[in-house]
Design a protein. Structure first.
Length: 151
């Protein structure tokens, strides 16, 4: 556990330093929200920094979940640092979805290592997350039937 926390801290604190060679300023009204076929209908993404498909690129994205939403268990090929920007969002880990724990308020943060199964949900309002990772991006659903690309 200590090794995991140390690794997560290094990732979280190194992302800003790695992105310094590309000055960027993004205002909330300039965000371009788009649906992505890899995510369930109703989920929208906005890329703030980087190219999610480029290997080694530092990426900062926002993900908007609709109210009363359940993101199925999935993994990513990267470690991610996730911050709740608005709304309340629940998150837990494992290969089976079950609402374990409370909804996290804006400013809350969690870190999942690469290939670690996890899932999320919202309450009665939409939730917006900010996700930071080093590309390339990707998502694999634990249950292939949950993958919207295969429907």
């Amino acid at each position: 556990m200590r090794k995991f926390l140390m690794t997560a801290s290094l990732i979280a604190f190194s992302l800003p330093a790695m992105a310094q060679d590309r000055p960027a300023r993004v205002t909330t009204d300039a965000l371009v929200w788009k649906e992505n076929p890899a995510f369930p209908k109703g989920v929208q993404l906005a890329t703030l920094v980087g190219d999610p498909m480029k290997a080694g690129d530092v990426v900062v994205m926002r993900i908007k979940f609709p109210p009363n939403f359940q993101m199925p268990p999935h993994t990513h090929p990267y470690s991610e640092v996730v911050t709740v920007i608005s709304g309340n969002v629940g998150s837990s880990h494992g290969e089976t979805f079950e609402k374990k724990g409370e909804l996290l308020k804006p400013g809350s943060l969690w870190v999942y290592p690469a290939k670690h199964p996890h899932y999320a949900w919202t309450g009665n309002e939409e939730g917006i997350l900010q996700v930071q990772f080093v590309g390339p991006g990707g998502i694999d659903y634990v249950n292939p039937a949950d993958d919207p690309r295969k429907k």
